[in-house]
Design a protein around this ligand. Structure first.
Ligand SMILES: [Zn+2]
Ligand SMILES: [Zn+2]
Length: 431
């Protein structure tokens, strides 16, 4: 029956994108979003997998606290997500869907679904405002284009269902929570969704393909990263009368920050260390008994990043000992480094030639990665088991840079992106 579906249209993709844009939700709390994606997939005759099975609990990173999660669930219910659907999610966002569950899996694609803690612009010239689909949620908006990714993923599911009987392998789509901060992918990989896969694809609107009709077939050189929070707990004391009785968390943190930033660098590639925030102490005349830092390391390779993180850990633990602190390090996110394979870049280029939207002179084989993306975790996993992978950048004119309040992309890129991914999947099906 599904083979008689009519082709997905630009209007439908635009409507979907706008719907998800309005209901922007941050990482690991995408309840409304997941429920709606599931509903759309079921309408196509698919059986999306939701709940605990979607990701391995121990590998989930940077989970919001329970109060935040419950509030997000309640907001989803208020905004019309059916109770039964939210219940089936068991507090876990994201979902997995198999186009041909009766066949062995061959190709896996990742679509990230989270928004950011960014207050969307209310300027009248910002299109979501002008055309009435701005985020309904204070301080949260889709400022990276993942609303478009969801629409493209649903469009691809639609197009694959039209060709379902022609597929000789299963195609699996991962609608992944928590890409921002690299939190969600590792837990989906740990749950086994990439096992046996020979090809993996992820795609992002914009990035280094900032023009309509442009395409980067396979980005390379994403940085591996580790995101971590650090808490020092010391001892408060009177700063004038008996400071010797205190254990100063502020001094410990300040010393650790400088030493982490002074780490000797690795000879095998670029590295980064950033302590993005530091808060400490409770009053002018009190020896600080508490300090909190949010930090990240990055590396050109997973090994370089591991070197940076492990040395930061060592500095933190030794500084804690020096200043009589209790030190707690919490992993909040992380990704491997990875790059696209030539074999896959060739397939993408060949497929792009058959989609007139993409202009030959604007198609590039490769470009540098755009910071870090946890799609690198499944990429590296598939490459390790002998398969190949690519990270595409789908060209679109951008109103402003990624993660800025005025970010917007040109929706005209949605339909050709679906067409391109459909062609690639069909080509990979027989490789
Ligand atoms: Zn982003
Ligand atoms: Zn993004």
């Amino acid at each position: 029956m599904t083979e008689h579906l009519s082709p997905i249209t630009q209007e439908r993709l635009t409507a979907l994108r706008r719907l998800f844009h309005q209901h922007a939700e941050t990482g690991m709390a995408e309840f409304w979003t997941t429920a709606r994606i599931a509903e759309e997939l079921e309408a196509l005759g698919l059986s999306p997998i939701v709940g605990e099975k979607v990701s391995r609990q121990e590998a989930r990173m940077g989970m919001p606290d329970d109060t935040t999660l419950r509030a997000a669930e309640e907001r989803a219910l208020r905004e019309g997500a059916p109770h039964s659907r939210i219940e089936r999610m068991e507090g876990v966002t994201g979902l997995v869907v198999n186009i041909r569950p009766d066949l062995p899996v061959h190709t896996v694609l990742r679509f990230d679904i989270d928004a950011l803690n960014v207050q969307e612009s209310d300027a009248p010239e910002h299109r979501p405002v002008r055309e009435g689909f701005a985020s309904l949620h204070e301080g949260i908006c889709h400022a990276c284009g993942h609303d478009g990714h969801i629409a493209i993923g649903l469009g691809l599911a639609h197009e694959l269902m039209r060709r379902r009987s022609r597929l000789t392998h299963n195609v699996r789509l991962l609608f992944q929570p928590g890409e921002e901060g690299c939190r969600g992918a590792r837990a989906m990989v740990a749950a086994g969704w990439l096992e046996g896969a020979r090809h993996f694809l992820a795609a992002h609107i914009g990035m280094w393909a900032e023009k309509n009709h442009a395409l980067v077939c396979g980005a390379r050189g994403f940085l591996a990263t580790t995101k971590f929070d650090v808490e020092f707990s010391g001892r408060a004391a009177h700063a004038g009368a008996e400071p010797q009785k205190g254990a100063n968390s502020l001094l410990a943190a300040a010393s650790a920050v400088l030493n982490m930033h002074a780490l000797p660098r690795h000879g095998e590639g670029d590295s980064r260390i950033t302590v993005g925030t530091l808060t400490a102490g409770s009053g002018r005349n009190v020896i600080a008994d508490h300090a909190f830092m949010t930090c990240e390391t990055r590396g050109a390779t997973t090994a370089v990043n591991d070197y940076m993180f492990e040395h930061c850990r060592s500095i933190l633990e030794h500084t804690a000992a020096m200043y009589e602190q209790h030190c707690r390090i919490r992993l909040m996110g992380g990704s491997d480094s990875a790059g696209s394979d030539d074999s896959m870049i060739r397939v993408v280029r060949e497929a792009a030639r058959t989609v007139p939207w993409f202009h030959e002179e604007l198609i590039r084989d490769s470009a540098p990665g755009y910071g870090s993306d946890d799609a690198c975790v499944p990429m590296a996993a598939v490459q390790k088991q002998g398969g190949d992978a690519a990270y595409l950048m789908l060209g679109s004119r951008l109103a402003a840079g990624h993660h800025s309040p005025n970010f917007d992309f040109d929706e005209k890129t949605l339909l050709p992106s679906v067409e391109l991914l459909t062609k690639i999947v069909l080509m990979l099906d027989v490789i």
